[in-house]
Design a protein around this ligand. Sequence first.
Ligand SMILES: [Zn+2]
Length: 220
Amino acid sequence: MTRRREWLSAVAAALLFAAWVDVASGPTMSTGWQGSTLVVVDAGHGGVDPGALAADGREEKQINLAVAHDLAAALAARGITVRLTRGADRAITGGASTPELEARAQYANRLGATLLVSVHSNTEPTGTVVGPIVYYRAGSSLAQLLASDLEAALATATGYAHRPRPAHHLLLMKADMPAVTVELGFLSAPQDLRRLASPTWQARLAGALATGVLRYLHRR
Ligand SMILES: [Zn+2]
């Protein structure tokens, strides 16, 4: 092979490799817009704050953390940089609710996050309401867009579809970027509790959330 041919085949190989990597979207790759995207995933509650309690004694904070980890992994696999506000069963300030929520928002603000997804699980007194609900920061059209993409992906993955709702949650209001709270389902409903406790269902929810985030990032 001539030098020029050698050079050309090296370039062709590099291009082929780049195309393959783009399709494969390996966990360490971050190309184009993905490289400048940072998603903060917040696992609601933690440490001394268990969140809601299910009839079987299960604590909301554990389910939130499991899905937050699955979501972080699903986003990283698509080349997106992710930070968790907590990666273990702890609060980041000690647990009192107002300073804790402010600290979580400040964490995302300091990082200059592209968006914030806070993961929670719901309860209500009748035990009959099921399915995920996405709340978005009231007055933010980008957060509303993100919420509608998440809701659409959750509806496809779970068969449930609650309309996204505006909210004035402290965490959402203190965040500088589009921010949503995802209530994964209802611990108060036996059918939802069974599913929320299942690692398979947790992974399915996380996969749907990752799909919704990607859809939002492509069309915002
Ligand atoms: Zn909660």
